[in-house]
Ligand binder design. Structure first.
Ligand code: URA
Length: 188
């Protein structure tokens, strides 16, 4: 039932979306995973592999994310994974303010439907979408509770983006360490 509602939600928001990225992207990349999960991971925007497959985090950073999930005894089927922007920006450039704004209602509708205990932001775009005045270098590995208009009180946990950490030894270590905190946060 919940999964069907989610499928309908994606179809509706894809149809009404006015983002200019629709012209260059192959397709929308819908959020994917368990619609009843307590945890939502939110990335930035689809890359090339995601644009082709229509699924979030299936490229190199997705494989790294899978490894980290396994390290805390979770799998993709246990969590829900989505992006703030649902269409691939050309050449994987950073999404613009307008492009993020064009997908905001869609992302927030996903959150309203799933009502997760924990929203895990991957990278600065997802973090600053909800909590604008913080720097990821200062707040990664920390959790926040914030009242978000239309969503209510929501707990967030900030992580570096797996793509940024993939080829950077120090950041990778930090991300692996921060990731391990998820288990404890879920028990709260
Ligand atoms: N990076 C993201 O932020 N999202 C994806 O889906 C893939 C890579």
């Amino acid at each position: 039932m919940q999964q069907e509602k989610l499928a309908a939600l994606h179809k509706k928001f894809d149809q009404i979306n006015t983002s200019g990225l629709k012209k260059t992207a192959t397709q929308a990349v819908f959020g994917h995973g368990n619609a009843l999960s307590d945890i939502i991971f939110i990335g930035e925007a689809p890359g090339k592999s995601e644009d082709i497959s229509g699924k979030p985090f299936v490229g190199a950073s997705g494989k790294f994310l899978d490894e980290m999930l396994t390290s805390i005894k979770l799998s993709r089927e246990d969590v829900y994974i989505t992006n703030i922007v649902k269409y691939r920006p050309p050449e994987n450039r950073d999404p613009s303010k307008d492009e993020i704004a064009a997908c905001k209602a869609w992302l927030h509708a996903e959150l309203q439907l799933i009502q997760p205990k924990l929203v895990i932001t991957l990278g600065r775009y997802a973090l600053n979408h909800f909590i604008p005045d913080v720097k990821i270098g200062e707040v990664h590995g920390k959790s926040f509770t914030k009242n978000i208009p239309g969503l209510g009180e929501q707990t967030f946990f900030a992580l570096y983006h797996p793509a940024a950490a993939l080829y950077n030894g120090n950041m990778r270590e930090t991300l692996l360490k921060d990731f391990k905190k998820i288990t404890r946060l879920l028990k709260k």
